[in-house]
Every structure is written in C-alpha cells, then in structure tokens.
Write a protein that binds this ligand. Structure first.
Ligand code: AMP
Length: 366
C-alpha cells in the first residue's frame, strides 16, 4: 500500500524542476498543452503505436516519451523509477483508471499523483459512487434492488467504463428479462456484467455535465471551509439516442443506444448556477468525510435537470473528464476566474505551480 507519508517523502526528495506525466489517451493533449503553458517539463507515457499521433500536435507534444508496450506497463518498477528520476507528478484521467485500475494505483504506484488517489477508488465502483452522492444529500435517481421491484420506467446500467454501451430502459420485470436475454444473445453484454447490474429510475430532463475544480489553495471561487470551488466548463455527451428523431417515423432499434461518442459545449441558464454550486459544494464536503482530507482538483457530476424536479445527479467522476477537451483555451465560465485562457489541464498545472510557490504541494499531491 502506498501511503501519504511515502509520497511526502518522495516529494521532498524531488528538486524544483518538476515533470508532469500523463498516459497518452483521454485528455492527454489538453493536460500536456496546459502543463507546457505553465512552464513544466512534460512526459507522455505512450504505447509505441500511438507515438506518431501524440507527436503530431506541436503545442501539445510531450517533451519526451516513456514508451511502453501497453498502458498497464506504467506499473513496472523500471518505468516507475524513470518517472521518479524525472521528478514526475502524474495526472490521472479516465484511461488511467481504466488501464491501470484504482487498486493498483493505491497499492503499488509510487509516483506522486495530482489529487487525492482515494477519490479514484471512491468513483471507480457504482456502489461507492452511490454512497458518496447519497451522503452528500443531493437528489439522485431512485435505485431498485432487483428487477422484481420495477414499477415504472427504469434505466439499466452495467459496471465499469462501458461508456453507456448496452444500457437500456424497461418498464416491467418481463421487459427487463427480455432485454437481458437479447443483449446476451447479441454479445452486447456478458454473464459477468449481470453481476453488477444497476437499475435506476429513468430520469427525464436535460443532461448537464458541469466541470468542477476544487482548490484548497485558492479562495477566488465559491467559498468552502478551506479553499474554493470553481466551475471551469460544461458539456453534454452525445449518444445515438440523442438523434433518435432522425429515424422517425419508424424508429430503427439502433437509435436506442446510449454509448457516449462525443461531447458538445453547453452553458446553463444562469440562475441554475446557484444550484450547481451548492451541489458541487456538498459533494466536496462529503468527500472529506469519506476519504479525508477529500477530493482535490477536477471532478464532474452527471446531472439531469427538469424544471419540475430540479437537478438529479446520476454519476460522479472524481477526476478530469473528457468533456473538458472542448475547452483547451478556456470556457465561458473559466473566463471569470483567470485573465488567461484556462483549460482544466492548465488549471491543474497552475495549482501545482501555486503549491510549489506556497510550499503547499503536500496538500494537493497524493
Ligand atoms: P453513464 O454511464 O451513467 O454516464 O450513463 C450513460 C448515459 O445513459 C447518460 O449519458 C444518459 O444519457 C443515460 N442515463 C444514465 N443514467 C440515466 C438515468 N437514471 N435516467 C435517464 N438516462 C440515464
């Protein structure tokens, strides 16, 4: 188990010239771009076959590559040593969680990372996410213990980063069973997926994905006991179901698909920011109860808003989300915090720089 004390010791052995490291996937271009703008050395941990692509964006090209056969190899002793020798702070993103796994990260990854690594464990499992949101006292969809309880339209999900693939809706137990058999037959889901099924109330409304950033070091945002909370951007994911009207009037089955394929930018009616700030604040406060001292840095809440029932939060990501890739030069919200264009990637580098200047790296690196 890697503990905070070990990371603090590693940090105290690092010299001034820090390197920011990232797996070449997910939001790496944005993170590298932002780190370079803040004056850091950068290293891209990259499978051979991706190197050409990750060299092809000059302003987001890492200063150097650590070439691996596969992402999971970042865990190998020799690769960790190379990162440590370069005073690296790794920024974890969705692909890091997917390819390395939260448990590996917690147990064996000795390289310091930006943010509290416990937040990755907490967000990595649907049951733990649910605990986090429930304890935060935010409105959530109703949950069903099993298909026999289905009494209204429900939304059925599987575990892991499946990106919405195979998810479906049902109105009764019979419809649920029918859909499961069909999906098993089509190979869209496996028997293993059935172990970790989640049945939620289907929440009608408009989806908003606010990109938050909690900083214990800055006090210019939404006031928290320590530090402050920023909203750096907002997006909505695009999924085939969004375009279902194009199949009218006969609605081809294939439009009933929730697989995330991209993101589009969004601003929200301004008065609703009041609710979003409050909800984000509650989630941060609860994180300090669940895994002290709580989440640091970026996180995203997946919400549905309906004028009759307000915001319902159906998922949480305790790290940078890919929707932030829309805003490498800042967003309609980040504009109100900084004079220069500020992406979430750059914001993390800025926090690290501020931590260095104020001698508070220990508060933001875990
Ligand atoms: P998720 O993997 O939880 O982000 O879900 C993928 C997609 O499924 C979302 O972007 C929504 O379109 C849809 N979705 C998830 N949960 C619900 C829900 N409770 N009600 C309605 N739609 C949902």
């Amino acid at each position: 188990m890697v503990n905070k004390k070990m990371i603090s010791e590693t940090l105290s052995d690092y010299d001034e010239d820090l390197t920011i490291g990232v797996l070449c996937s997910h939001s790496a271009l944005q993170i590298i771009h932002g780190a370079k703008l803040e004056g850091f050395n950068t290293i891209g941990i990259c499978p051979k076959e991706r190197k050409e692509t990750y060299s092809a964006f000059p302003k987001a090209k890492p200063d150097e590559f650590l070439t691996v056969d596969k992402f999971g190899d970042v865990m190998r002793e020799e690769n960790q040593k190379k990162l440590l020798d370069k005073n690296t702070i790794v920024i974890p993103h969705g692909s890091f969680v997917e390819y390395v796994g939260a448990e590996n990260l917690l147990n064996d990854f000795k390289v310091p990372i930006f943010g509290n690594r416990d937040s990755l464990r907490q967000e990595g499992k649907r049951s733990k996410q649910r605990e986090w949101l429930e304890n935060s006292n935010v409105q959530m969809p109703k949950y069903y213990e099993g298909p026999s309880e289905i009494d209204e339209k429900v939304f059925v999900k599987f575990s892991g980063a499946k990106g919405g693939s195979g998810f479906f809706t049902a109105k009764s137990e019979a419809e649920f069973e029918e859909q499961i058999s069909e999906k098993l037959e089509e190979g869209l889901i496996s028997e293993d997926d059935l172990e970790n099924i989640e049945i939620q109330e289907f929440v009608p409304g408009i989806r908003y994905y606010p990109h938050y950033f909690y900083s214990p070091l800055y006090d210019h945002g939404f006031n928290m006991d320590e530090g402050s909370l920023e909203i750096l951007g907002m997006d909505r994911r695009v999924e085939p179901i969004d375009e279902i009207y194009r199949g009218l009037p006969d609605l081809p089955e294939e439009f009933f698909d929730y697989t995330v394929t991209g993101n589009e930018p969004l601003v929200i009616r301004e008065k609703l920011l009041v609710d979003l700030m409050e909800i984000g604040g509650k989630v941060i406060r609860e994180s300090s109860n669940l895994f002290s001292p709580g989440l640091v840095g970026p996180f995203c809440l997946e919400t549905v808003y309906h004028p009759n029932r307000g915001f319902t939060v159906f998922e949480i990501s305790g790290r940078i989300v890919a929707g932030t890739n829309l805003f490498p030069k800042g967003s309609p919200y980040s504009t109100y915090y900084f004079d220069e264009p500020m992406s979430t990637g750059r914001r993390m580098a800025r926090e690290i720089k501020t931590g260095q200047e104020k001698n508070l790296l220990d508060r933001i690196i875990y």
